[in-house]
Design a binder for this molecule. Structure first.
Ligand code: ADP
Ligand code: MG
Length: 339
């Protein structure tokens, strides 16, 4: 019989990958912010219009890209962050899959301006649905600006599936908060439809949390510190009396990456046992540092799940250190619920 298998053209492969990487405007925000961080930026600006449906732009003062790299950055599996499979088990960057820009460019109109510090001029590239529309020399500051317009212009089903601007903006702010909380020493600014929503100066963990969630947060925070051979924990838990009905303020960062873990969440809840009113959830902002070799991040394209070599030890340490902190602050079990 005749051969029927063909390799898919790149732009089709990119569009398929995009389905996984880019679920909504907030996914683009996450990828662009993470690229800015990996580029060593100390100052990052996020500009959004119509909850990302019209524009998502990230401007950084990081190391920029050479002319060739600027063009290559949109190719699939093109990355400067790993060179071998071994590197997958010792990751120190947010990115490594080399597919975010290729995916985004496959389903949007993208405009890149970038310049490395030592170059006099930069590169300006426009791409629409994987097609390079133009590439020019441009005068631009050191660093990178990537503007993503008309997201999902060529996937009507995805575009129609987008939620209201309120909902999509909420998702974007959630991503922005996660990234900015993970990197208190980086300056972040965010604009939506021309108004400034966040202006976060370079600071420390505590100050960043307060800047993101408001001044009242400061009095709620109980510090958590623990350091062992395998794990360093720092950060804060919210005092039990401030526990809320929603789970909004629950953050784990592993090596400065926001992750979701119901297992670790359980460990923190166990430490709060007997301290919370029914139906309320403790806040926490916990920063875990582990040997990059002891975790596997390559579980899912969005990288919010991690596999730990020794989950049980982590659980026990987290639970005991949170419990210890709560004890130190003389927080007694809640006996009287009437106040
Ligand atoms: P990954 O981040 O997994 O490497 P991306 O598709 O997100 O893949 O980016 C591809 C490459 O483009 C990166 O490895 C990096 O070299 C370059 N790049 C992307 N964004 C930036 C940026 N803001 N500043 C400098 N280089 C960038
Ligand atoms: Mg990336």
């Amino acid at each position: 019989m005749a051969d029927i298998i063909q390799l898919l053209p790149d732009h089709v492969a990119n569009q398929i990958a995009a389905g996984e990487v880019v679920q909504r405007p907030a996914s683009v925000v996450k990828e662009l912010l993470e690229n800015a961080i990996d580029a060593g930026a100390t100052s990052i600006k996020l500009i959004v219009k119509d909850a990302g449906k019209t524009l998502i732009q990230v401007i950084d003062n990081g190391k920029g890209m050479s002319v060739t790299d600027a063009r290559l950055s949109f190719e699939r599996h093109a990355t400067s962050k790993i060179t071998s499979a071994d590197d997958l088990f010792n990751l120190t960057t947010k990115g490594f899959r080399g597919e975010a820009l290729a995916s985004i460019a496959a389903i949007a109109h993208v405009e890149l301006k970038t310049k490395p510090e030592l170059d006099d001029v930069g590169t300006h590239i426009k791409i629409e649905g994987s097609d390079v529309v133009s590439q020019e020399v441009i005068a631009t500051p050191t660093g990178t600006s990537i503007a993503v317009k008309n997201l999902f212009f060529n996937i009507p089903a995805r575009r129609n599936f987008l939620k209201s601007n309120t909902v999509e903006l909420r998702h974007i702010i959630d991503e922005f908060n996660r990234v900015s909380l993970a990197h208190p020493i980086i300056t972040f600014v965010m604009f939506h439809n021309g108004s400034e929503l966040f202006n976060l100066p370079e600071s420390n963990m505590r100050q960043r949390i307060v800047n993101v969630f408001g001044g009242k947060t400061n009095e709620k925070l109980v510090p958590v510190e623990e350091s062992t051979e395998v794990l360093k924990i720092s950060g804060f838990v919210g005092k039990p009396e401030f526990a809320r009905k929603t789970r909004g303020e629950q953050f784990f960062f592993v090596n400065n990456r926001f992750i979701k873990s119901s297992y670790l969440n359980h460990a923190v809840n166990a430490a709060f046992e007997g301290l919370l009113r029914d139906g309320t959830h403790a806040s926490y902002f916990l920063y875990l540092e582990v040997d990059p070799k002891s975790i596997d991040i390559n579980i899912h394209p969005t990288k919010t799940e991690i596999k730990f070599d020794d989950e049980h030890t982590l659980y026990a340490l987290l639970r005991s250190s949170v419990k210890h902190s709560l004890g130190q602050f003389n927080i007694a079990p809640v006996l009287d619920f009437e106040h």
